[in-house]
Design a protein around this ligand. Structure first.
Ligand code: AMP
Length: 351
């Protein structure tokens, strides 16, 4: 019986169970074991590998100032994406990074096998100050520390992933992860920032040429392409390699470009924006997790993904650092997505 049991039988049983036609109790122990293992396989295939910084941040906004708090692109992405799909993290921290923070991610189901801990070194540190409009900020300090010589190693157990999220990090480190994957993931999404455009443009362009989707904010899109018009900028960036470009415009939403198509998702108008740090990473986490979970990388599904990304980013800005992301649950997310649908839904009679 076990030998003849294959994935198709598994799907049939699963479907019958979900329709309440049969009860799993009527199958023997061996069959149940296989059902469980198939469920695990399915789960693994959905998994998402996330690469990026894990950091200490010091943030100043018009409404307050934080001491050194937990930040980093990959930290925000993992907190967000793990609401939707299993996450396997690749990063590096120093001996000063709190074990409790790593444990909290583990408890959340984030696999940390690919996170290196350099006991005698210091964690990456970034400090930024937001202007009054909260849409623009100045970087006050960037101390690469452990990031300076980071050589990521992709664990064997990460090789099965179908989706790869390259969070903000040294471009050559991002590309080294792609090279280590035995099979190219079906979807590679990349985020980056002006910092790398200023000091490593060639490396950055090489990494960009390897990915499917590039996320940048509006000023970065202009800097990268040399074009003021965001439509022209997106076209130039697509010529560099990515088939899709997302241009984030902070509280003014995000634009998704593909060939000659464009889609716009607004940002939820919030009464209070406390700290926009990590909103872009959280957006990326929601976007890529939805695609990883649904295994559908069509333009139509990407529209849903950027709505979900925007909904998740709207939580991030409500408190300092990752705080708000650690508090929310499935119900909160459902309600927030419903507010989004409400925001953009209207009937119109064409004359
Ligand atoms: P975001 O607000 O989405 O652009 O991301 C902010 C996060 O990016 C902060 O938590 C920082 O720790 C992290 N970050 C800032 N600069 C860099 C950099 N040069 N490389 C990697 N991560 C960075």
């Amino acid at each position: 019986m076990i030998n003849s049991f294959d994935f198709v039988s598994f799907l049939v049983i699963k479907q019958l169970c979900s329709l309440n036609y049969v009860n799993l109790d009527c199958f023997g122990k061996d069959v149940l074991k296989i059902v469980v293992s198939q469920l695990k396989i399915k789960n693994l295939n959905m998994s998402l590998v996330v690469v990026g910084s894990m950091a200490f941040d010091a943030i100043e906004t018009p409404f307050g100032k934080s001491d050194k708090i937990i930040g980093g692109a990959a930290t925000y992405i993992a907190w967000c994406a793990s609401n939707f799909t299993p996450v396997k993290q690749i990063s590096v921290v120093g001996g000063d990074f709190p074990q409790a923070e790593l444990d909290a991610l583990t408890a959340r189901g984030v696999v940390l096998e690919g996170v290196q801990i350099k006991k005698d070194e210091k964690t990456f540190f970034w400090s930024g100050k937001y202007h009054l409009d909260m849409n623009t900020r100045d970087t006050l300090d960037t101390q690469l520390n452990v990031l300076e010589n980071f050589q990521p190693v992709v664990p064997e157990s990460y090789q099965d992933c179908e989706s790869l999220m390259l969070g903000n990090l040294v471009p050559s480190v991002q590309s080294s992860v792609i090279k280590q994957m035995r099979n190219r993931p079906k979807l590679i999404v990349m985020d980056t920032m002006n910092f790398w455009m200023e000091i490593m443009m060639d490396d950055l362009k090489h990494t960009i040429s390897l990915v499917d989707v590039l996320l940048v904010n509006d000023s970065e899109a202009r800097q990268l392409s040399g074009e003021y018009s965001l439509v022209k900028a997106a076209k130039k960036i697509m010529e560099m390699g990515p088939k899709y470009v997302i241009i984030k415009k902070g509280e003014h939403g995000a634009l998704l470009f593909h060939e000659n198509e464009v889609f716009f998702a607004p940002a939820l108008p919030l009464e209070e924006v406390f700290d926009p740090t990590g909103a872009g990473d959280t957006f990326a986490g929601g976007f890529v997790a939805h695609l990883a979970k649904t295994k559908d990388i069509s333009f139509e599904n990407m529209k849903t993904a950027i709505i979900l990304g925007s909904a998740m980013a709207s939580f991030c800005v409500e408190k300092f650092g990752t705080q708000r992301l650690t508090e929310i649950n499935a119900e909160d997310i459902k309600a927030r997505v419903a507010s989004f649908v409400q925001l953009v839904n209207f009937d119109i009679e064409l004359v």
